[in-house]
Design a protein around this ligand. Structure first.
Ligand code: CUO
Length: 672
């Protein structure tokens, strides 16, 4: 109930004849006279809400209910942190429920949803709770504003059970006159944006330290976003566009414009667009308590670069922390983002977050037009805008600069003596070997829980997304060692040529590799054949999990239901393989077997959302690979290595593959 109909008053919340029985003083004044009547026309089961001393909400109430909420704005971040801590401090579930019910009609719905989600994710007594997909509660952050009028009509006029899915067009934010629009299927993909939201839900910037300080958090911030850029660049090449250019000159106009066509159901306003050729300007917005100069970005970035070249950072008390080979990237990740784990926020600032803020207020830097932020200001929508990739490309470049200072991997550090990968094959149903097939697919998502003040019952929106034919890797590995061995099989994919059609230099291609899978293999002496299906990928979560329709009648409990929130983090399976081209996009599939002895983390990981560990980690566990994230492509190559071929040691192999796109649309699978 606490994730349903975010703007409806709490006393009206009901599902399956269940309703809260609320102490009258919890109800906001305006609705109190209605209270005696609630439940009258229902045969309801009551969930009693305890009367407790509600902790003061203070600053949390300063964000109005009809305002927009951004985790990049320091004030919003701070009040979110406070609200999370209130939820975490509740002694038991009854108290948690009481404070949540009390806050419902008083606190901004976006803020409420975020803080409660983070709390549920981190409280020991809520570990088997199931949360509905974010898109169901706030469909307005994901879908063309136009569908909502049709959805309302359908819900009001057509009885539940007879409603037909509302079709959302595949292209709605721009025309082909805008070349960047070729990438809209990626930027506006519902699954990609949901993944990004969930990732940041699992790795909050600000909250109690034990919530934020997850294993290798800063490094994962770097790696997950590095992979987003690599994947985006891959898609650009497939669409005959150059790699994205870094947004590193903040005095220059941003060429790309973007008009999101989203309306906020909560804030009652349209998300502002960004015209082409605008410049970021100094911010002075009292309402957000932000006064910041563009010059500050420059200052912070200079200090960060100086730290990288010095090999150490200065902490808040003037001490020195060196950026060691193992931990340096983790410190830098937290510092550049920045999270509360930054060693010195006063000195190194808040570079990445404030970049989002500057860009998102480009249209109204001093609030003279009373406008809220653009899509770059919200983690749920930021990836829709082309400028996201320019900004994150700049951020990634800082990390690459650091990685270039690290010692190169020697041949010895890369090889796994006695292990040879002797053959790789990709088998997709109904197509020649070593071909990936992509096409369009339609799917349905239920919006009903996000549609306030409408009749109950499901209503679906039908959207179109990229998809690929399921496939299997068949990898032959020879083990000439004495006895059986264990290894980690690492599978990556990269374009074979650069945008000019020339073969890559390794130093450039290494940042183009996208991770497809990573898993442990047992190798008996002699020849081994590894078969691995695409849906087993350690990068992705299945479609059903991204868009799962929560059935409130379903019995609770069991592993499959557990920890949805964490499990909601994961690259969407339907976007595992880039789009390719109709003629076939030449790519290189890379497979490496590394020595498990150097990779392994001693921990049990079964059953706890362990299937998208590469970009998301594993819930309450250490990151499941001891190597640097991105290994073996995270560092500059050893001397003498200019090409991928030269980089290879016997435990690695490269196979030429193509990605063939066919412009057909597959209808949705039959819904149950
Ligand atoms: Cu994920 Cu900038 O960090 O959006």
């Amino acid at each position: 109930l606490l994730f349903d109909r975010p703007r409806e008053p709490i006393y009206k919340s009901r599902a399956n004849k269940t309703v809260f029985s609320i102490p009258p003083e919890y109800i906001v004044n305006h609705f109190q006279p209605l209270l005696p009547h609630f439940g009258d026309d229902y045969n309801e089961e009551f969930i009693p809400i305890r009367r407790i001393t509600i902790p003061p909400l203070g600053e949390i109430l300063e964000l109005q209910r009809d305002e927009n909420f951004s985790l990049f704005i320091p004030k919003h971040r701070r009040i979110a942190g406070k609200f999370i801590d209130i939820f975490l401090a509740m002694a038991n579930l009854d108290e948690l429920l009481a404070v949540a019910v009390y806050a419902w009609d008083r606190v901004n719905p976006y803020l409420f949803n975020y803080a409660l989600s983070v709390a549920i994710l981190h409280r020991p007594d809520t570990q088997d709770f199931d949360l509905p997909p974010f898109i169901e509660t706030f469909p307005d952050k994901y879908l063309d504003a136009k569908v909502f009028a049709k959805v309302r009509e359908e819900m009001t006029v057509v009885p539940d059970g007879s409603r037909i899915p509302i079709k959302m067009p595949k292209d709605y934010t721009a025309s082909d006159l805008e070349v960047e629009h070729r990438l809209a299927y990626f930027r506006e993909d519902l699954g990609i944006n949901l993944h990004h939201w969930h990732w940041h839900l699992v790795y909050p910037i600000e909250a109690a330290r034990e919530v934020v300080a997850k294993n290798r958090r800063g490094e994962l911030f770097y790696y997950m976003h590095q992979q987003i850029i690599a994947r985006y660049n891959y898609e650009r090449l497939c669409n005959k566009l150059e790699r994205v250019t870094r947004l590193n000159d903040w005095t220059k106009e941003i060429e790309e414009g973007y008009f999101p066509k989203l309306d906020s159901l909560v804030a009652g306003r349209s998300w502002p667009g960004r015209f082409a050729n605008q410049k970021i300007r100094d911010l002075n917005r009292e309402v957000d308590q932000i006064k910041q100069d563009v010059e500050d970005l420059k200052r912070w970035s200079d200090r960060i670069y100086a730290a990288i070249h010095q090999g150490s950072v200065t902490d808040a008390s003037g001490g020195t922390i060196s950026l060691t080979e193992n931990e340096g990237i983790d410190i830098l990740g937290n510092m550049v983002e920045s999270s509360i784990l930054s060693p010195n926020r006063t000195f190194y600032g808040d570079l990445h977050n404030m970049g989002h803020v500057f860009i998102s207020y480009i249209h109204d830097p001093d609030h003279r037009h009373l406008e809220s932020f653009g899509v770059m200001g919200d983690l749920a929508t930021a990836m829709r805008d082309p400028v996201f990739y320019r900004w994150h490309s700049y951020i990634d470049d800082i990390f690459q600069e650091y990685k270039a200072t690290l010692p190169r991997y020697s041949e010895n550090q890369l090889n796994y003596s006695g292990i040879t990968v002797s053959n790789i094959e990709v088998q997709s149903e109904g197509s020649p070997n070593n071909t990936f097939n992509t096409f369009w697919q339609q799917s349905d998502v239920d919006l009903s829980r996000g549609m306030d003040f409408q009749p109950r019952g499901s209503v679906f929106v039908r959207f179109t997304h990229l998809q690929h034919q399921p496939f299997t890797y068949k990898i032959t590995v020879n083990n000439q060692a004495n006895g059986s061995r264990q290894g980690t099989c690492r599978i990556f994919l990269a374009p074979k040529n650069d945008e000019k059609g020339n073969p890559w230099l390794f130093r450039d291609q290494k940042t183009m590799f996208i991770e497809l899978d990573k898993f442990t293999v047992n190798l008996k002496q002699g020849q081994n054949t590894i078969n691995r299906a695409s849906n087993q990928s350690s990068v992705t979560i299945p479609f059903e999990r991204t868009f799962r329709n929560l059935d409130l009648n379903r019995p609770q409990g069991g592993e499959a239901l557990a920890q949805f929130n964490f499990c909601g983090c994961g690259w969407p399976a339907h976007m595992l393989i880039p789009k390719g081209t109709p003629e076939g996009f030449a790519s290189q599939l890379f497979v490496m077997i590394s020595n498990y002895e150097d990779d392994k983390i001693d921990q049990k990981t079964d059953g706890v959302c362990n299937d998208a560990g590469s970009y998301c980690g594993i819930k309450d566990k250490l990151y499941p690979d001891r190597r640097s994230m991105g290994y073996p492509f995270d560092r500059m190559p050893r001397t003498g290595v200019d090409t991928l071929e030269q980089f290879l040691t016997p435990n690695m192999r490269v196979q030429d593959v193509t990605i063939k796109f066919s412009d057909r649309t597959v209808r949705p699978k039959q819904r149950n």
